[in-house]
Design a protein around this ligand. Sequence first.
Ligand code: ATP
Length: 232
Amino acid sequence: MLEIRDLHTGYGETRVIHGLSLKAAPGRMLAILGRNGAGKTTTLKAIMGLLPVLEGDVAFDGASIARTRPYEIARRGVAYVPETRDIFPSLTVKENLALAARTAPPDAAWTMERVIEFFPRLGERLANGGNQLSGGEQQMLAIGRALLMNPRLLILDEPTEGLAPIIVRQIHDKLAALKDEGLTMILVEQNFGFATSLADEVIIVGRGRSVWEGSSAAIRHDVDTQHKWLGV
Ligand code: ATP
């Protein structure tokens, strides 16, 4: 569904990714792991058109999106939940959801009602401002907003960051439910246990390239690779 071939990207003169390739297959979850600063977020930004593809290619459904604008990539069915969550702090939960629901087709699978059913906690907080939410609620709202775009590919950057273990478990169960529905996902995570208990495939990024690829089960048993590239 999404394929990156020999990606080179970075910030201005600074190249961060030097020839990264990966594939996310339909209905599967791919986890991108790696130490702090390895280039995971940078890779996601290049997929979303937020950083330039300087060399190589990014293809979605077989068509290059390497020169496509971010809103057009989103319109084609790629939803991105950034590490910063990007909800509107001055709008209420309901307004945040309504804005995201605006572009949904009338027969969309994900409606505001369904998102509230999926995250009942959001239903209890509809009148609260985005700035009054806990970290877990913000993450639920960010995922809810992404689902309202009715994506075919959902990309999540460190959804568990800063969350209490009980909330991490709730997010885990929600992502597992989305996976059961057949939604294709790419997950960037520092939480090794969380990522490998959900993902089918894993790619480890180190020094701007892919340094290991395999299944979640394989990396869980490969202590040397964990130690060398993840510091687990
Ligand atoms: P983390 O878990 O810390 O987010 P990451 O693997 O997602 O790690 P990136 O955020 O992709 O890492 O950063 C990769 C490299 O790019 C780092 O060396 C970082 O310092 C650099 N970098 C990130 N953002 C910028 C920026 N806006 N300008 C310049 N360099 C940046």
